[in-house]
Design a binder for this molecule. Structure first.
Ligand code: C2E
Ligand code: MG
Ligand code: MG
Ligand code: MG
Length: 282
């Protein structure tokens, strides 16, 4: 099992299961033609400021279709893309698409894009982002990159250098899925993240004994280090009330909005307004 494989790849790369390696080969082949054949797209999920109730940002999430139209979940294709290096072209495509399809208009202030450590380690990544920004005329301050600690045990100096180059472009750097990887605390020590996204498992554990105390401890840790706090995976009324009680800065989850195509965010749609007033009156 390769380090770059990421989550959910145990099933994919089980060497004792010939079928699973076929599946991964199929996905690898699909990824090679995905951009040219229009099989890859982006959907966007709102991120809401808890105090103001306003959508201050959206997260871009990648979608992949097979030739017959069936969709492949990111938990399957992202690890393959990381292993084969296809993530480099896909990642550049995603950033360019976000700038051209969403940030070119003024409706959304900030879009966050998931960026794999493999991209950060690749020489020239920050320069390629600078080119995209100048081609599309988008200010770096309107992009955030979400980095997952994942399976990465050590943080290479290349990654730190890349992050400081990205910060010079004005791009915000967020830590994604905090608390699920192997090295979250090292990442927190070495990198000055603007926002830390606390993995949804901590919110979902709040019903269990000591679950809420655990979430409170994590929030205290992140806040004491001066980062903004975003909690992922808000699905219910009760979770939304808890988020308010805990003084969390930003939230994201199905309760506030599911990932949807760019068109929904280009105008101010009724469905979107409805979900906001629902939250305000809750
Ligand atoms: P992530 O960045 O942590 O994205 C959040 C995931 O949680 C998304 O799944 C989203 O649909 C889901 N989610 C949002 N709200 C809720 C909720 O209230 N409840 C539940 N149960 N789930 C919720 P998705 O789109 O399947 O993405 C999975 C992961 O794939 C992402 O996790 C990210 O790590 C990776 N990924 C997606 N797009 C990209 C990309 O463009 N580049 C890279 N490198 N990774 C990506
Ligand atoms: Mg993310
Ligand atoms: Mg996340
Ligand atoms: Mg995640």
């Amino acid at each position: 099992l390769s380090k770059a494989g990421g989550r959910n790849c145990a099933r994919l790369f089980d060497p004792n299961d010939p079928q699973s390696s076929d599946e991964s080969e199929n996905i690898a082949a699909l990824l090679k033609i995905a951009i040219g054949q229009d099989l890859v797209s982006l959907v966007y999920q709102p991120i809401q400021n808890v105090a103001s109730g306003r959508v201050e940002a959206v997260e871009a999430l990648m979608r992949l279709k097979m030739l017959d139209g069936t969709s492949v979940p990111p938990s399957l294709f992202i690890p393959v893309a990381e292993r084969t290096g296809a993530i480099l072209a896909l990642g550049r495509w995603a950033i360019r698409t976000v700038c051209a399809e969403l940030l070119a208009q003024d409706h959304v202030r900030v879009v966050s894009v998931n960026v794999s450590p493999i991209q950060l380690k690749t020489p020239g990544f920050a320069a390629s982002v600078a080119t995209i920004l100048s081609d599309t005329g988008v200010a770096g301050g309107r992009l955030a990159f979400e980095i997952t600690e994942g399976l990465e045990m050590e943080i290479h100096s290349d990654i730190l250098r890349c992050i400081s180059d990205l910060k010079l472009l004005g791009i915000r750097i967020w830590l994604d899925d905090f608390g699920t990887g192997f090295a979250g605390l090292s990442w927190l020590r070495l990198i000055d993240f603007d926002t830390v996204k606390i993995d949804r498992s901590f919110l979902h554990d709040c019903g269990a004994p000591r679950g809420k105390a655990m979430l409170q401890d994590i929030i205290a840790l992140v806040r004491n280090r001066g980062h903004k706090i975003l909690v992922e995976g808000v699905e219910t009324d009760e979770q939304m009330s808890l988020v308010r009680e805990l003084g969390i800065d930003e939230v994201q989850g199905f309760y506030l909005g599911r990932p949807a195509p760019a068109a929904r965010f280009r105008t101010r749609p009724a469905a979107h307004k409805r979900s906001l007033s629902l939250v305000k009156s809750a």
